[in-house]
Ligand binder design. Structure first.
Ligand SMILES: *Cc1c(COP(=O)(O)O)cnc(C)c1O
Length: 402
């Protein structure tokens, strides 16, 4: 969670600009707002940075996913191929748009594997919701090919990968539409917030109006604007956008520091040949928010996690046990426990989530450890951490070999 580590005067200044005018609403009030447009400015800067024509900022990464689904016209009965390892919001976004999540497998990129995507395609497949997990990009080139071959929409959930690239191109800009999150735990935060990016004007317009009750945002009289279609309220406020703007301007600084610190962590973990690393096709594009690696098997991986805890090393994620990131513990999704009836409850489904087995993904995620990379560590803190990591790993592998 690097963004929150660098909170300071810049965020206060942007928020104060809004407090001065009192216009917390992102649209209209042209005279009273005295030229202060935080959401619009943030959108412009995000689009410039990632190199898309359009960006639209919304209330969260989750609403960004749902807005992106709607903007692309993905809905009732459409099958969307999703990974079983993600943050659960991806799956929620698909379900609440009326579509059917179809789980494929992840491989050692910790993202969807092209081969398993091919197996999951049916005549009802509309889209792939590709998630760039833990700040880096997987087999993007092969997946783009599959989308072209089968005429599928590529929707990128790049909530965790703002700033990551593959051969110089930014995560979120490979498909028809991409999503980012600015929640409290992401690389930069707005407190809460999300964004969609696209080069397609119609998709942008769809997103812009869907996320604000259908408003077309033409003219100065909000109550008299046209509503080309039905929408919801997924708007951001100017206060959130102000924080997001100050944070977003720190992204390069954060990426640079993460890359330096991740290298140091990796140099220690690399000393243990029993450990292998997440495969990233273009490693130079890793945003380095995490260092992701694999133990030789589940039992040893659990021992490593335990040894890290015993040595007081924080920021360690073992996603296999996590309730929100891996399908193994998604009991509510397996039983389709929803407070309200969903299209999923009445539609024919290609997969029965209750009995679905994903042994290939289990084999990967049960051995996966992610180490959070912070930017605020002092030299001394980092040095101490490196020593602790080394002795924790030593204790595990000496025991294993003995
Ligand atoms: C965080 C996250 C989201 C949701 O973002 P929120 O802003 O928390 O709603 C969606 N997808 C992934 C992969 C995420 O990590």
């Amino acid at each position: 969670m690097p963004g929150v580590e660098l909170f300071g005067a810049e965020e206060r200044k942007e928020v104060n600009d809004v407090m001065e005018t009192g216009i917390l609403f992102r649209y209209n009030h042209d005279k009273e707002r005295a030229g202060i447009w935080k959401a619009k400015t943030l959108e412009k800067e995000i689009a410039e940075y990632v190199g898309t024509k359009y960006c639209h900022f919304v209330s969260s990464g989750t609403t960004a996913v749902q807005t992106a689904m709607a903007a692309c016209g993905i809905g009732y009965g459409d099958e969307v191929i999703v990974p079983p390892y993600t943050y659960i919001a991806t799956i929620e976004g698909v379900m609440f748009s009326g579509a059917i999540p179809v789980f494929a497998d992840v491989d050692e990129t910790i993202c969807l594997s092209p081969a398993s995507i091919r197996k999951a395609i049916t005549p009802k497949t509309r889209a792939i919701a590709l998630v760039h997990m833990c700040g880096a990009i997987g087999h993007i080139e092969e997946i783009i090919e599959i989308c072209k071959e089968h005429n599928l929409i590529l929707l990128e959930d790049a909530a965790q990968a703002l700033g990551a690239t593959h051969k110089g191109k930014y995560a979120g800009t490979f498909g028809q539409i991409g999503c980012y999150s600015f929640d409290f735990f992401k690389i930069v935060t707005a407190g809460e917030g999300g964004a969609i990016v696209t080069n397609d004007e119609q998709l942008y317009k769809n997103a812009d109006s869907f996320s604000d009750h259908g408003h077309d945002h033409i003219g100065a009289l909000r109550g008299m604007e046209n509503h080309p279609h039905i929408g919801l309220n997924f708007r951001t406020s100017e206060l959130h956008a102000a924080v997001g703007l100050a944070q977003f301007r720190k992204i390069q600084q954060i990426l640079d520091l993460q890359r330096i610190n991740q290298k140091k962590l990796k140099a220690v973990v690399e000393k243990f040949p029993q450990i292998t690393f997440r495969y990233i096709p273009d490693e130079a594009g890793d945003s380095c928010t995490f260092l992701c690696f694999f133990g030789p098997d589940e039992a040893t991986t659990r021992k490593i996690v335990k040894a890290f805890a015993e040595n007081g090393i924080d920021g360690i994620q073992y996603w296999y046990d996590n309730m929100y990131h891996y399908i193994r513990n998604w009991g509510h999704i397996k039983s389709l426990a929803s407070v309200t009836k969903l299209p999923l409850h009445v539609l024919d489904q290609p997969q029965d989530y209750a009995t679905l087995q994903l042994p290939d993904s289990d084999k990967v995620i049960s051995r996966l450890i992610s180490m959070l990379v912070k930017v605020g560590w002092s030299e001394a803190q980092l040095e101490e951490r490196l020593q602790k990591i080394e002795s924790a790993l030593q204790s595990v592998f000496e025991k294993v070999e003995a």
